[in-house]
Design a protein around this ligand. Structure first.
Ligand code: URA
Ligand code: SF4
Length: 170
């Protein structure tokens, strides 16, 4: 298994109903041997059009965050829990996450990063199979199968709550 082979599989995936409404799958992008992986929630409108993760407004903020920690977007890896856009950017539902999460797990197995930064509650809850609030878990590192996992706010949330940006920077 390699990332390009997995991407081909995802491209023809119809394991959940989002396959019918997506324009493009958004597999993820970046370095295949990244030491740091960011995991968001699901593609939005712009991501669905371009087939790339975090290329809209929230993506601009994520880019700034990556720059702030002295890295380049190309040197990390960026992906989402869901590979297809939920209509009107609604929250992913449980069945969609159940259908899609193995792709994410395979990506992590293949990349084997040192650090995973989960953005928002869905990525965190999917990896640990829990239902926590982001305000409770944010900023506290945990072990995730030998990797360091650091949960933080989702950039879309930060756009709406700019007073929280400082905590995310930290
Ligand atoms: N929000 C996400 O969770 N992922 C994206 O790729 C874009 C916006
Ligand atoms: Fe398949 Fe995931 Fe897209 Fe659903 S969201 S169709 S499981 S790739």
């Amino acid at each position: 298994q390699t990332l390009p082979i997995l991407q081909k599989t995802v491209k023809s995936c119809s394991k959940c109903p989002l396959a019918e409404t997506r324009k493009n799958i958004v597999f993820g992008e970046g370095s295949s041997n990244a030491r740091l992986v960011f995991i968001g929630e699901a593609p939005g409108e712009e991501e669905d059009i371009q087939g790339r993760p975090f290329v809209g407004k929230a993506g601009k903020l994520l880019d700034q965050l990556i720059e702030h920690i002295g890295l380049k977007r190309e040197s990390v890896y960026i992906c989402n829990v869901l590979k297809c856009r939920p209509p009107n950017n609604r929250d992913p539902d449980k069945k969609e996450i159940a259908a899609c999460k193995n792709y994410l797990f395979s990506q992590l197995d293949l990349i084997k990063p040192k650090i995973i930064c989960t953005l928002g509650r869905h990525a965190y809850n999917t990896l640990f199979d829990v239902d926590e609030r982001i305000t409770k878990v944010r900023g506290i590192t945990k072990d995730y199968r030998g990797m360091i996992l650091l949960p933080t706010y989702h950039p879309s949330f930060l756009l709406r709550n700019q007073d929280k940006i400082r905590e995310a920077w930290e």
